[in-house]
Design a protein around this ligand. Structure first.
Ligand code: ZN
Length: 179
């Protein structure tokens, strides 16, 4: 059976406090890096902008890193503001930890469910895969996907991961027939 797929529809926003206006939402916008060479050392930042007042901030990607230790293709990517590199860095948990922000995925992803997936008999087994590391609670995702209440999900679903704990890795669940 085809899996349900969780995928990104755009880059997530960042929950990051602005030092000017105290707003807590920032965006990478189109995605721009700044590279600063100092002798043989490089600093690389990913620029972010406060969505409220427009103040620009910098997230540290590389700090005083020897030029030779960077893959030249990666360095080119920083200089060219390669969108794939912007995405990769933004979604890298290391960057979030280092710069103390969390990703705000609200409205930035969707759940794709193959058509006619319920043509089989009960119980139905469903596999969920993640194209992007969107944190979702299985309970909510399943309720949304099946149009069930959360109570019904708890009653009719057997899941191989905890239903109420947020996850970004694939899982499988089984739907028992309703009453
Ligand atoms: Zn601001």
């Amino acid at each position: 059976m085809l899996p349900w797929v969780v995928r990104r529809t755009r880059l997530p926003l960042l929950s990051l406090r602005c030092v000017d206006c105290r707003s807590e939402t920032a965006t990478t916008g189109e995605g721009r890096f700044r590279v600063n060479a100092n002798g043989k050392l490089l600093d690389v930042w990913l620029l972010v902008r406060c969505v409220s007042c427009g103040r620009t901030g910098k997230l540290t990607v590389h700090e005083r890193t020897p030029v030779r230790s960077l893959d030249p293709a990666e360095l080119d990517g920083y200089r060219a503001n390669d969108p794939e590199l912007v995405t990769a860095r933004l979604l890298d948990p290391l960057l979030a930890r280092r710069n103390r922000f969390t990703l705000d995925w609200t409205g930035a992803w969707r759940l794709d469910i193959p058509a006619a997936w319920l043509d089989e008999g009960w119980p139905v087994r469903v596999r969920v895969v993640f194209d992007d590391p969107v944190p979702v609670r299985p309970e909510r995702l399943i309720a949304q996907g099946l149009g069930l209440s959360r109570n019904e999900v708890l009653r009719r679903i057997k899941c191989d991961v905890p239903l109420r704990r947020s996850t970004s890795t694939g899982f499988t669940f089984t739907v028992m027939a309703g009453d």
